[in-house]
Ligand binder design. Sequence first.
Ligand SMILES: [Zn+2]
Length: 896
Amino acid sequence: MKPHHQCRAFDTPEASGQGADRPTPFALTRLGSWGTVGTRRCHSALRREHRGPIPVADASGPDLATLSFHGEETVTVTVAEPTDEVVLNAVELAITEATIANDRGEALRGVPTMDEAAERCRIAFPRHLAPGAWRLRLVFTGHLNDKLRGFYRSSYKDASGATHLLAATQFEATDARRAFPCWDEPAFKAVFAVTLAIDPALAAVSNTRVVAERREGGKKIVAFADTIKMSTYLVAFVVGELEATDPVRVGAAPVRVWCVPAKLRLAAFGHAIAVASLRFFEEYYGLPYPGDKLDLLAIPDFAAGAMENLGAITFRETALLVDERAASHAEIERVADVVAHENAHMWFGDLVTMSWWNGIWLNEAFATFMEILAVDDWKPEWKRWVTFGVSRAAALVVDGLHSTRPVEYPVRAPRDADAMFDTLTYEKGASVLRMLEQYLGADVFRDGVRDYLRRHAYGNADTRDLWAALGTASRQPIPDVMDGWIFTPGYPLVSARVEGRELVLSQQRFAYLPEAPEGTEPSGEPGQRWRVPVQLRLHAGGTSSVTRLMLSGAEARLPAPERLDAVVVNEGGHGFYRVRYAPELLERLVRQLDDLAPIERFNLVNDTWAVTVAGLGSLTDYLDLTARFRGERDRNVWSVLLASFHALNRIVGPADRPRLAALVRDRVAPAFAALGWTTRPGEDEVTRQLRGDLARALGTLGDNPAVQSEAAERYAAYVASGDDVDPNVLPALITILAHAGDATRFDEFLRRFRAATTPQEEQRYLYALAGFRQPALIGQTLARTLNGEIRTQDAPFVVRTLLTGVRSRELTWEFVKTNWDAMERQYPKHALRRLAEGVIALATPELERDVHAFVRARKIDFGGKTLAQYLEQLRIAVTLRAREGAALSKYLARFG
Ligand SMILES: [Zn+2]
């Protein structure tokens, strides 16, 4: 799975889906009747359980007016020991018939009992089933829900404004049980043969090729080929008026992109990266693609970013469909990343699957690592491993909390598994895999991965199985190196200083706060140490040399060369740790910034900022440091500089805010002046993106009137005559105009949001609505997050954006408190969790107290340590304000 997320560095909109009205009842007639007729062959021993009986659920027949579906399922099971009960997972399903038969002519009718709380169905038989093979047949009905999980409905409007429905599935982690009764755990792998009975006007897609199609009783009966042996969470079916691109073959498998009509013109780019990355993975893994075809489907309503159903990958529209000429680089890159990520899963996750949900981290971390590898191979000019620094930085933030968690931890209930789809799993996991790959060497790492996949194909495996394969390939004790990064929370701060003729490196755990905040259970042991593969570059006498060492203890010493000019710790920037240089080493480094790679400059600023927030360095020193980067030309370095200015904007007093804007102008304007407003011939995409970023920073955070009026003129020319505006600058113009805009502009952007013709255009205007500063306009946008106008896949993210705006946060927080119940009812569960992340920006002591009171009163819990992490980040911001507020005010005095 790929979560939906927003860009952290700039508070700007990023990929997400469609915005249209909710389905209307009259549209249901288009749908015809839904039916699934599934045969599932499964080989597993049945387990007996003893619990009190519960009344049988109402087993009424299909009701088209309420969007129900009807299903039949046959499961081949092996009874291991005599039993008169079969227990499987099911929820919100009514099982109307349960029979079991064998080849010896025995047949029994069972009595199903639903336990909705346990999400189980217990089928009691009148006598014991003898050991051996049986066929369990179940007939059931269910409701096509609008919660974007299980078997659900999605809707979209055509050009004439008519609403159309389609049906799709989203099963990970534990929602297959909402579509059909099953043993809904990853280790219960089975072969699935799906047949769908649908309206003849519609198309149906499932995991495998269509093997037969016929008409029966006014329905189209579509039968799909047997799948490979796989887990239930990877099963998928999608039914609707879908259109597909022509197939392109990779090996024997045709690859197609599917979407709703009228959007096929946006499919070419996603199709291209799908084909390229599938070929890349066949080569990298040394194994052919395990499916018989690959369909990538854009679903108008989709909770996550995408889902790796084998052979039928589902996406939110912004993660698959894009107009390459009109989209910004970030929007295009998002599509490439997500498509490559899901394709990587076809082997790592689908062919070889984690044994249990504690292995989600490996599944997701690995796919994230492979996504970057594949995109980097496809478009080396995008410098994807450099830009990955931003993702690594996001993980370093969360993992610097006392309320962090180890990457891998025991998962008992599905609720714990849900909390695993977070930054620590994806970004920290991928970062430490990258660190390991760099340490072992890329070829050795790949050989280990190949061995792991071959050994466990069609089966399940654990982290230790991958370590074993990598250990064999590298002849190194992998767990010795990796366990500290995976099974213990946090990461080290490596400090560097010179003592006489020695360079001294020491490590301690990095934390923003000296102690865990009240009510937070501290994680990890005191005196924690890691085995840190450190890569150093020493500059001396005009030359440089790279040294590697394993820092295992508290301290390591190495001889410093004579005439040492500078030391770069974390050379190449792959290490998952922070570096603090002694003042004189820092000064030497800053004097020769040009000798540092962009990722090294990024880490230098990022680590220094973190050390400042942690109270280990002064804010004044940090702000002085930012002045040394006025000439910076790398977009990632700017992203961390601008993120730190945004953080200061959230803690600065209102009187000082214009002075902070002046500081931003002072730092940013020279770099923007050097770039200018217009694209130059031969410019790379990263530079064009930087132009948009810097313009946005000057026009919003820097509140520069000249930039704002220039943006208005350029936008007007673009609207009037279709003037060519660089797609990387256009989103910045829209953001700036919203920031400076009034009610007329708001109405204009609202119209454009409604009339948008690409998912990306729609998102730009949607998030622009959250950028206006007048209370009345903020109120209008908030109202639309609950009245159905903004899709539930997007609304929580819009609220989150509003929570982070300094002009909108208080109003929005009141709105959230007032409407929490409605939000809980309407929004997908994990999106509500992402919405709540916005409280991090409520960085005043009063708001912090109010947040605590609210979560206590409402007993809010998102599973895992999610809430504690948000509250700790809020504590850090309020602490920074208390500690550095006066120094900040004093520093800013020179800008007023
Ligand atoms: Zn994934």
